[in-house]
Unconditional design. Structure first.
Length: 255
C-alpha cells in the first residue's frame, strides 16, 4: 500500500464546498504516480522504456465527499496483473481512518511508440507495486460493511457499461481538445475526460457512484461529440469521435 496526506484546497471544491469528483480523481492519480516516482519507476523510467500505464476504467463510490480544509489520507495499492492489464484500488480517508471514498480501477500497459499493449511488464515494476487484496474483498477491514449493505445495488457495479441507443440520448455541443486537456503522454488525461463529460451536465448533482470506461484516446485538436441521457437518479454521458466511435462512456449516480 502507498499513502500520502493532503488538505482539501479551495481550488478543488465544487459549489457545495466539498471536493469535486474531478478533484477526487486527481487525488487518486497523484497517489499512484507518487508511488511510481518513489519506487524509481516513474516518468523517467517509463520514458526510457517507451511505455505508460493508461487508465481504462473507473468505479468510484462516495461515502462522503471531503470538506474544505479537511485533512485526508489518500491510499492506493495494486490488486491484480494479467498480461498487460493491471488493477488498482484506492481509498480516501480522514486521518482517523474514516473511509470517505473508495474506488476500483483498470489500467493497460501500453507501448507508446507503437500505440499498442505491451505484455512484458518489467519485473521491477511488478516488484515495486506488488499484489494486495482488492478493496471489494476488504469492506469489513475498512469498516464499510454497513455502507455496502445499504447501497448493495451499487456498492460494486458489476459488468461492462451498457451504452443506451444513441436515438435515446440528447446531442450536446461539440468540444475541441485544447492543450490544457493533455497530460505528459500528449493525450487527454483521464481526469480531463471526466471533467469534459461532467461539463455536459448543467444541473447540480451530488454524485454518489461513478463509473467510466475509456475506449479511445484523444489528442490536441480532436473534436469530441457528447451525448447525454437523464434517468431517475442516473445520468449517462457518452463522448464520441467524429465517426461515432465511443471514446468515453460514463455513468453518474446521484441518489
Amino acid at each position: 500500500m502507498y499513502s500520502f496526506t493532503s488538505r482539501v484546497r479551495y481550488s478543488e471544491l465544487a459549489a457545495d464546498k466539498k471536493a469535486s469528483l474531478v478533484a477526487i480523481i486527481n487525488y487518486f492519480q497523484d497517489c499512484c504516480t507518487f508511488e511510481s516516482e518513489d519506487g524509481d519507476i516513474g516518468l523517467s523510467w517509463l520514458a526510457q522504456h517507451g511505455t505508460s500505464w493508461m487508465l481504462t476504467g473507473w468505479q468510484i463510490h462516495v461515502v462522503r465527499r471531503p470538506r474544505y480544509c479537511e485533512e485526508i489520507r489518500i491510499t492506493t495499492w495494486a490488486c491484480g496483473f494479467k498480461y498487460f492489464i493491471g488493477k488498482r484500488s484506492f481509498t480516501i480517508t480522514t486521518l482517523d481512518g474514516e473511509v470517505l471514498v473508495y474506488a476500483m480501477s483498470d489500467w493497460a500497459y501500453v507501448n507508446i511508440e507503437k500505440g499498442s499493449p505491451e505484455k512484458n511488464v518489467p519485473d521491477k515494476e511488478l516488484e515495486v507495486y506488488g499484489i494486495t487484496t482488492p478493496i471489494e474483498e476488504r469492506f469489513d477491514e475498512f469498516g464499510l460493511t454497513d455502507y455496502v449493505m445499504k447501497h448493495k445495488d451499487k456498492a460494486v457495479l458489476k459488468g461492462k457499461l451498457v451504452l443506451p441507443p444513441l436515438e435515446q440520448m440528447t446531442a450536446e455541443a461539440p468540444i475541441t481538445i485544447t492543450a490544457d486537456n493533455l497530460d505528459t503522454n500528449h493525450h487527454v488525461n483521464n481526469a480531463q475526460y471526466v471533467a469534459l463529460a461532467k461539463s455536459v451536465i448543467t444541473e447540480e448533482i451530488n454524485v454518489r457512484h461513478f463509473r467510466a470506461e475509456i475506449k479511445r484516446q484523444s489528442v490536441l485538436g480532436d473534436t469530441i461529440y457528447p451525448y447525454i441521457l437523464r434517468e431517475d437518479g442516473k445520468i449517462t454521458v457518452l463522448l464520441n469521435d467524429e465517426e461515432g466511435n465511443p471514446k468515453l462512456v460514463s455513468e453518474f449516480y446521484y441518489k
